[in-house]
Design a protein around this ligand. Structure first.
Ligand SMILES: [Zn+2]
Length: 97
């Protein structure tokens, strides 16, 4: 009963609105992050662009389907989505005649 009374008295702060604002804030922050720093360090090779091959001093380039093509950086997911949307939009605007 206390919880019910508490929610009834605090009508100025809507918890749903608060959650929405937090989510919107996070989305804005992520969008800004994608705009300012589109690349992040590749986790698999820790930004080195190469990997240890076995236990010795041998290095092999970070390649393959999960690799970063030896650049050491990966494009953020948000930025990849943005690039995809931009490409799709440009493809739609392209004249076909
Ligand atoms: Zn890598």
């Amino acid at each position: 009963m206390y919880l019910l009374a508490a929610t009834a008295t605090h009508t100025t702060i809507n918890p749903g609105l608060l959650i929405f604002l937090l989510a919107a804030g996070r989305a804005v922050w992520y969008a800004a992050l994608c705009a300012v720093r589109p690349f992040k360090r590749h986790r698999r090779c820790q930004g080195l662009g190469r990997l240890h091959a076995g236990g010795g001093r041998i290095w092999k380039p970070c390649k393959g389907w999960r690799g970063c093509r030896s650049t050491g950086v990966r494009l953020r997911l948000g930025r990849r989505v943005y690039a995809y949307l931009k490409r799709t939009r440009q493809a739609g605007q392209r004249r076909t005649y």
